[in-house]
Design a protein around this ligand. Structure first.
Ligand SMILES: C[S@@+](CC[C@H](N)C(=O)[O-])C[C@H]1O[C@@H](n2cnc3c(N)ncnc32)[C@H](O)[C@@H]1O
Length: 343
């Protein structure tokens, strides 16, 4: 690594904060209809003119605005990812990152103690936090395209019902229903999340919502309702500790029909837990805010094997844009009884 790369990495918070703040101030949405100069832009966002010019110039330097004849305009990137009206709006995730920035300031203390820096409540305690968290998940995966990509590559042609455990905003369930018209889906999640998911799906996917059962399930304490032909789980195991994941896979095994498919999508790490890079960095956020971390394929396949799953395989997704991958396993069609008398 050279000096420039190290220096850029070590001060990356400045760019991140500038983008988060510009978005929160509404700078990109204001410029959707027409370019504006600094005075008009400052007036439109109710901010100081000199300071507005500086943050707008910073956005120009980052390629998120263009400046012509002293007027600021959107670029292709900001038009595509930073406008609320865009189908690929990434702003939900950026505003979530803005809101949890304070949590990162406790990293040193958390490394010293091993104790998370905030409640590990999966943002269920305050409605505004649940809304921001679930919209962040929706925004990230829609902008990057994970749900459509996954729905296209997992063969659900012989499955009649797929349940998405911790399905959050329903973005994956809706994509699977679009791709497989015969399918029904269920989302198993916590009550506060289900409320937000219903709102998101009603706004955008009313036809899909009619084919989705929204079921209150706390996967830590409840059985997973079945029987299901397939179970899907995206960004779930990284929130939980080893024991909880091993127990969750045993519940999934019981909920699946014989021959049923288990699909796990997550940052699946190498045995050293150092690759992919995005997963190793994200593990620090998980340390701050959850009971989990990112796990290796060896760890995930051991839990699956212990639960009784077979045909366990790891499927890469193209990177970039994706940073996660999938582990797919199957429940055997016939299950041999353990402890049969030997002949
Ligand atoms: C990181 S989000 C992932 C959302 C979605 N699967 C995705 O990948 O976009 C974690 C999801 O798990 C849900 N969740 C967390 N703890 C849960 C629990 N104990 N039982 C059921 N759902 C839970 C959250 O409400 C949230 O929807």
């Amino acid at each position: 690594m050279d000096f420039a790369e190290l220096a850029a990495l070590a001060s990356g918070h400045a760019e991140a904060r500038a983008i988060q703040t510009a978005l929160k101030l509404g700078i990109f949405d204001i410029l959707e209809s027409a370019p504006l100069d600094d005075a008009a832009l400052a007036a439109a966002i109710s901010a100081n003119r000199r300071a507005t010019a500086l943050i707008a110039n910073a956005m120009v330097a980052l390629g998120l605005l263009a400046k012509r004849a002293n007027r600021y305009a959107l670029t292709d990137t900001s038009r595509r990812y930073l406008l609320r009206s865009s189908a690929e709006y990434l702003g939900g995730l950026i505003l979530f990152d803005e809101a949890i920035f304070e949590t990162w300031t406790h990293l040193e203390q958390t490394i010293r103690t091993g104790v998370p820096a905030r409640p590990t409540d999966m943002f269920q305690s305050r409605p505004e936090e649940t809304e921001r968290f679930i919209r962040a998940m929706d925004s990230l995966t829609r902008a990057r395209g994970d749900p459509a990509y996954v729905a296209d590559r997992v063969d659900l042609s012989r499955v009649s019902m797929v349940a998405d455990i911790g399905g959050g905003p329903g973005t994956y369930a809706a994509a699977m229903l679009h791709r497989w018209p015969h399918l029904r889906a269920a989302i198993y999640d916590l009550p506060a999340t289900l409320e937000v998911a219903r709102r998101i799906l009603a706004e955008r996917e009313p036809a899909a919502l009619a084919r989705i059962d929204m079921v209150r399930v706390d996967y830590l304490y409840d059985e997973i309702p079945g029987p299901c032909g397939a179970l899907f789980m995206s960004n779930i195991i990284h929130n939980e500790d080893e024991m909880a994941n091993a127990q969750l896979f045993r519940k999934c095994f019981r909920a699946l029909e014989p021959g049923g498919m288990m699909i796990i999508k997550d940052h699946i790490m190498n045995a050293d837990l150092t690759e992919p890079r995005a997963g190793a960095i994200f593990a620090l956020y998980l340390l701050l805010a959850t009971r989990g971390r990112d796990y290796s394929f060896e760890e995930v396949s051991r839990w699956l094997g212990d639960a009784g799953f077979v045909d366990i395989n790891h499927q890469a997704l193209p990177s970039p844009p994706f940073t996660s991958s999938m582990v797919i396993a199957r429940k055997p069609r016939t299950i041999e009884k353990v402890g049969k008398a030997k002949k």
